[in-house]
Design a protein around this ligand. Structure first.
Ligand code: SAM
Length: 386
């Protein structure tokens, strides 16, 4: 497996460059990459359509493909990510959308009856009293919007203002309540958010084929035919339990029971999911043996690579012969071991018959748990060819 330094890709492995890009910035998703990454990969690797992103997140690959005039298809396990992808990639009748927006923005406040339940803490604790009531009221009004696309557009806008209007902080892998945080009023923020999004559609509309976006598990893709290319990034090992960190936003869409069922469908990338008997395939054992240092590989890493091995097998099934995949990953520092995720995945992919190269985009420093030592971690793109 060849490792190649490609620092020009580094800045685009994060959401940072998307923060001020119309449409791309509609929903803040720290784990997303940026459209420039997809554009460069498409042009440098000569990627052909149809492009698949089986962990599509908030739709960066899909929206970029749309802008490039390429057909794409996306799956994700998380409804909030799917909502963001669908809303960002849809085509709208602006007249109809405007009517639905006016219906919600112009509605006179009434005490809401909508019940908001969240498994980690009562949502009322996360907001000022006024904002909490306003969000309940808006959520209720949105429920009454008949046009499905407009309803989802407004729902995404509402979910999108939760971080800044609440006393919450997404802190690494957890969601924390922070007392004393200054927060703007929800209804005004919602109005600005919706009008900003509508303005983007008027002035910076992205034109191209609308991707197909469905709920799906990347370990067993509900996909019959073949695709020519894959551009994706799986959840990072031990990084984020997306169902908790985006839990408050999710609870605007789902009931707590649905959220806990959803957690079972997520890739095992975080410590809490390491429980349960685990059969580890010999190829996973040996890839991890070669790609880890520190001596004590935690169970979660075995679970993660078991899952990713299944994902790679799915890539082998759905990619056409000669098709290429680009997979953005980050190495991991876990209690007990640090793991070269790029190398381990590369070894598994080679074992499945792919040609493999690793492009190293960036190196960042990570603090080793319980040690006074830092280690340079790679952020890479694994390039596979079938
Ligand atoms: C690193 S993020 C992808 C971000 C994406 N590249 C973007 O720009 O928005 C990984 C995604 O994988 C999703 N995910 C986790 N487990 C999954 C599974 N088993 N199948 C499909 N998607 C899953 C998460 O919900 C998350 O959105």
């Amino acid at each position: 497996m060849k490792f190649v330094e490609r620092p020009e890709y580094g800045p685009f492995l994060t959401f940072q460059p998307s923060k001020r890009l119309p449409v791309y910035d509609w929903f803040y998703y720290k784990e997303a990459f940026s459209p420039q990454l997809v554009k460069r990969l498409v042009s440098e690797l000569g990627l052909k359509e149809v492009v698949l992103d089986p962990f599509c997140g908030v739709g960066t690959t899909l929206l970029t493909c749309k802008a490039l005039g390429m057909q794409s298809v996306g799956f994700d396990a998380n409804p909030i990510a799917l909502l963001a992808s669908r809303v960002k990639c849809a085509d709208y009748d602006l007249g109809e959308l405007k009517q639905s927006i006016e219906l919600v923005l112009g509605a006179e406040f009434e005490p809401p009856t909508w019940k908001w339940r969240f498994e980690l803490f009562p949502p009322a604790r996360a907001f000022s009293r006024g904002s909490f009531e306003e969000i309940l009221f808006l959520r209720q009004r949105i429920e009454e919007v008949e046009d499905k696309k407009a309803k989802e557009f407004l729902l995404l806008a509402l979910a999108g203002i939760v971080p800044e209007t609440s006393f919450t902080l997404k802190d690494g892998g957890v969601l924390r309540l922070v007392r004393g945080k200054r927060v703007p009023p929800a209804r005004e923020m919602f109005r600005r958010k919706v009008l900003g999004m509508y303005g983007d559609l008027k002035h910076a509309r992205i034109i191209g084929p609308v991707p197909s976006i469905e709920v799906g598990d990347a370990r067993m893709l509900p996909l019959e035919g073949e695709v020519a290319s894959i551009v994706t990034s799986p959840p990072y090992l031990n990084n984020v339990d997306y169902t908790k960190v985006y839990g408050l936003e999710l609870s605007l869409l789902l009931r707590p029971e649905q959220v806990s069922r959803l957690r079972q469908r997520m890739l095992r990338s975080f410590v809490e999911r390491e429980a349960g008997g685990l059969d580890v395939a010999s190829e996973v054992q040996s890839a991890l043996g070669e790609a880890s240092s520190g001596g004590k590989v935690p169970l979660v890493a075995y679970a993660y690579f078991e899952d990713m091995n299944r994902v790679l097998k799915e890539f082998g099934r759905v990619l056409e012969s000669g098709g290429k995949a680009a997979i953005a990953v980050s190495n991991a520092v876990l209690p007990g071991a640090s793991i070269e995720v790029d190398r381990a995945l590369g070894l598994l992919a080679e074992g499945l018959g792919f040609k493999c190269e690793v492009w190293v985009g960036a190196r960042r420093w990570a603090q080793l748990p319980k040690q006074h030592r830092r280690e340079a971690m790679r952020e890479s793109i694994i390039i596979l060819e079938k």
